[in-house]
Ligand binder design. Structure first.
Ligand SMILES: NC(=O)c1ccc[n+]([C@@H]2O[C@H](COP(=O)([O-])OP(=O)(O)OC[C@H]3O[C@@H](n4cnc5c(N)ncnc54)[C@H](O)[C@@H]3O)[C@@H](O)[C@H]2O)c1
Length: 346
């Protein structure tokens, strides 16, 4: 497989991580980097000599040698930059969320489909080995029927200038939940507060309901004394605790409650089971490396992406539903997903 010639646009907090991974990847050739701020380019000139630099994406898009563009700019710029990249014939990877509105996200998928280009949303956690391991535990039936999921993603900062905590951190949990449960939520209710800047929510509690009966609670905050990435999945057979900050990120609890005969419930004859706690061995791999490999392989071979554009659209749909719930102060229905688009970008 020949290496894909890639350019990265946006070299703020996250872009340099993508740059490093592409530079080291056997599947990609880091051909160019771009940022509107020259001071963001300067340190990369020292670290990656020979890699072309630009302050205007137009220069990069005009280069026929560049096959793919990775967009790591603020959310409000995802749509115009990704659209311009696609319309210049470049395969396009867009950091999460795919776009700043459902309409924009759907439009990007339509453009990519029409031009037969790979469009990939950067839902990095789908490539995290613990997340993938839990997906397998759920899919194999080991946990039994999934009852509920509760998750906390909180830390101090980074406050974003153009997005709420729901747009910033929500896509991580919404993409993980959709990947695990393999179904979209049907109803969403949200509560949030802008503690530091009243116009920008920096804490949010979001509840999701699924057609299968699963319920989920997602706590997001840029205001917390310490970093917490903790998710509990409770099933009828077993329970899982996923702690992304722990050396044992996945712990499976053989715990549960049995109700032998529902007719005797009044007598409270429940039996509680607290069995073994197992910490399965989880591969050590950098999710970003696996994610970018998936992007390059899809470009070269047409293989299906794990982080599909359809998921990118679904995540934006959930974020918008949460925003609508906040605006209306109500529990809202998530609109139905459009039928999947049958192409490389579906
Ligand atoms: N996958 C993850 O885990 C993860 C983690 C953090 C951030 N992100 C995503 O990465 C993206 C960037 O986030 P960030 O925190 O790095 O933002 P940032 O504000 O730190 O950096 C954005 C950079 O984009 C540049 N930029 C803006 N408009 C531009 C344009 N038109 N042309 C060229 N450069 C332009 C800015 O100068 C800045 O250097 C966001 O979409 C965010 O959601 C993803």
């Amino acid at each position: 497989m020949t290496r894909v010639r890639v350019a990265v646009v946006g070299l703020g907090y996250w872009g340099p991580q993508l740059v490093r991974n592409l530079y080291e990847s056997p599947h990609a050739e880091l051909a160019a980097v771009c940022d509107a701020r020259p001071e963001a380019l300067a340190p990369l000139a020292r670290r990656y000599p020979g890699v072309r630099q630009a302050t205007d994406l137009g220069e990069i898009l005009a280069d026929p040698e560049i096959e793919a563009v990775v967009v790591a700019t603020p959310i409000s710029t995802h749509y115009p930059l990704a659209r311009a990249a696609l319309e210049s014939g470049k395969h396009t990877f867009v950091e999460k969320p795919l776009a700043g509105s459902l309409e924009e996200a759907s439009e990007l998928v339509a453009v990519a489909t029409k031009l037969d280009l790979v469009l990939m949303p950067g839902h990095t956690f789908l490539y995290s080995p613990p997340v993938h391991a839990i997906r397998n535990l759920i899919a194999s039936g080991e946990l039994g029927e999934i009852y509920f999921v509760s998750t906390s993603r909180v830390n101090l900062g980074l406050h974003q200038s153009d997005a709420s905590v729901i747009w910033d951190l929500g896509p991580h949990d919404f993409s993980i939940l959709s990947y695990w449960l393999q179904e979209p939520p049907v109803r969403v209710s949200a509560l949030s507060r802008g503690c530091v800047m009243p116009e920008t929510p920096d804490v949010a509690f979001i509840q999701l309901e699924y057609a299968s009966g699963v319920i989920a609670n997602v706590e997001l905050a840029w205001l917390a004394p310490s970093k917490l990435r903790r998710t509990t999945v409770v099933g009828s057979h077993k329970m899982v605790v996923y702690d992304d900050t722990s050396v044992e990120p996945v712990r499976v609890f053989d715990s549960g409650v049995n109700l032998p005969d529902p007719a005797t419930f009044g007598e409270y004859r429940l039996s509680y089971r607290t069995g073994d706690i197992v910490s399965p061995r989880v591969a050590v791999a950098e999710p970003l490396e696996l994610e970018l490999e998936d992007f390059c392989t899809a470009i070269r071979t047409g293989s299906p992406l794990r982080s599909t554009p359809a998921l990118g659209v679904e995540v934006v749909r959930i974020v918008e539903a949460a925003e609508r719930s906040l605006a209306e102060g109500a529990r809202v229905t998530v609109p139905d997903a459009a039928p999947p688009v049958g192409s490389r970008s579906a």
